[in-house]
Design a protein around this ligand. Structure first.
Ligand SMILES: Cc1cc2nc3c(=O)[nH]c(=O)nc-3n(C[C@H](O)[C@H](O)[C@H](O)COP(=O)(O)OP(=O)(O)OC[C@H]3O[C@@H](n4cnc5c(N)ncnc54)[C@H](O)[C@@H]3O)c2cc1C
Length: 390
């Protein structure tokens, strides 16, 4: 029987945090619970960074150090090691976003390749990860998604994106490291899905090396999964999916309204939840063809997945199933799952402070706007502080 109080154990959840780290986390979540403060703080930080004001130190000692492993991969190693001691694996995520130049895309590709080669000899790092827009310009992804005609120069850019994908996937296959490819805005995601399918067809013949991401706030994703499952079966390759709810909801609504097309987002939070749980269940009952990385901070969805695993008589440590949370969030899920013997990995973002700002802003906004999220983090931190006092 899956115990519904598993995630209540704050001692396990925060075992890696010193008293002062616990205080800092509490203070931080209290600040980002305040919506006006986040709005003003976000705008002021963007402005200050653009004006080259010396605010990096302040960002580092607050949000950055809480949500990121450091400015480079070396910084992250002590975190990787201490997570490993608690039975939690790491996914080092080079979180530099919004770049537009070819040499930056090449540099990102090299970074992913280096990390993948490093991970080969580090059992606590079973995955590599990247974002489609880390390897090519957003506009190119968008144009290919829209079926627009590319100029000669753009065609060259698209070919180079494909080459980068092949390069990264080939190294991942050689190192036997699974590769998680993030999902982004729907108006560029069609091309990313198409290219990822091409990669899966080539590199997932024997084992699921390449994982795409399904954003379940999109109502079309379950159909997409079932269609792709049919195609993959017919062509004889395996699928891997990271399943998430999705991080760009407001942007998606705004654009749909602006351009006058129906929003791709489910009609309500509960519809997203249902879609997420249906997709998860589908994968958990088709594991011979599809592997799962369940990226969520939602307790109910995590319990439901554990229950399905039990009903299907699956081992907690089945290598085809991973639970994943972001570093700095939902430690009560990660560490308690790991203690029970499930496969768990934390995404650890890293990169120069200025370049990871879009990621940090998404985390601050998410913790402000998601009903219940911050109050839950705060409640847990408070409970652990009180437990330690006793
Ligand atoms: C390991 C990991 C990897 C991730 N990778 C990606 C990625 O590649 N791409 C990506 O987009 N996101 C990614 N995310 C973020 C993720 O999509 C969610 O934003 C975040 O995890 C919050 O969702 P939740 O499942 O934890 O649950 P909850 O906190 O229960 O759900 C919040 C989510 O529900 C949805 N939602 C909220 N209100 C409504 C509404 N009114 N109508 C419809 N839906 C609603 C939104 O998606 C919102 O983010 C990742 C998260 C994790 C943990």
């Amino acid at each position: 029987m899956v115990s519904k109080s598993l995630f209540d154990n704050t001692e396990t959840a925060f075992a890696l945090k010193s008293d002062s780290e616990l205080e800092r986390a509490y203070f931080l979540f209290k600040m980002i619970a305040n919506e006006p403060l986040v709005r003003i703080g976000t705008a002021a930080t963007k402005l200050a960074l653009n004006m080259h004001l010396p605010v990096e130190g302040l960002i580092r000692s607050t949000v950055f150090d809480h949500f990121c492993g450091g400015v480079n991969e070396k910084d992250c190693m002590s975190t990787v090691d201490s997570l490993e001691e608690a039975g939690v694996s790491s996914v080092l995520d080079y979180s530099v976003e919004g770049k537009e130049e070819e040499k930056q895309f090449d540099a990102t590709m090299e970074k992913i390749i280096d990390l993948t080669r490093f991970a080969k000899n580090k059992s606590a790092m079973p995955f590599s990860v990247f974002k489609p827009t880390g390897l090519g310009r957003f506009k190119i992804w968008q144009k290919v998604t829209e079926g627009a005609t590319l100029s000669e120069a753009e065609q060259g850019e698209w070919e180079r994106i494909k080459q980068r994908y092949h390069h990264v996937c080939k190294v991942a296959q050689e190192c036997n490291i699974a590769l998680l490819i993030d999902a982004e805005e729907s108006w560029m995601q069609g091309a990313a899905d198409g290219l990822c399918e091409e990669m899966m067809e080539i590199y997932n013949k024997e084992t699921p090396i390449v994982f795409n991401t399904l954003q379940c706030y999109r109502w079309d994703r379950f159909e997409y999964l079932k269609e792709l499952h049919k195609r993959a079966k017919a062509k004889g390759y395996l699928l891997g999916f990271k399943v998430v709810r999705g991080a760009y909801m407001e942007k998606e609504h705004d654009r749909a309204e602006d351009k006058g097309y129906p929003t791709p987002i489910c009609a309500s939070k509960s519809a997203t939840d249902e879609n997420f749980n249906t997709v998860t269940d589908y994968i958990l009952t088709h594991l011979s063809d599809i592997s799962l990385f369940l990226g969520t901070h939602n307790e109910v969805s995590s319990y439901l997945a554990m229950e399905t695993m039990e009903t299907e008589s699956l081992s907690k440590s089945d290598g085809r199933i991973w639970f994943g949370q972001l570093y700095g969030m939902s430690d009560h899920i990660s560490f308690n799952l790991a203690k029970e013997g499930y496969n768990v990995a934390k995404y650890i973002p890293f990169g120069p402070v200025k370049d990871v700002m879009p990621y940090l802003i998404r985390r601050a906004e998410e913790n402000t706007s998601v009903a219940g999220q911050t109050s839950r983090e705060l409640t847990l931190l408070k409970r652990e502080k009180e437990r330690r006092k006793l």
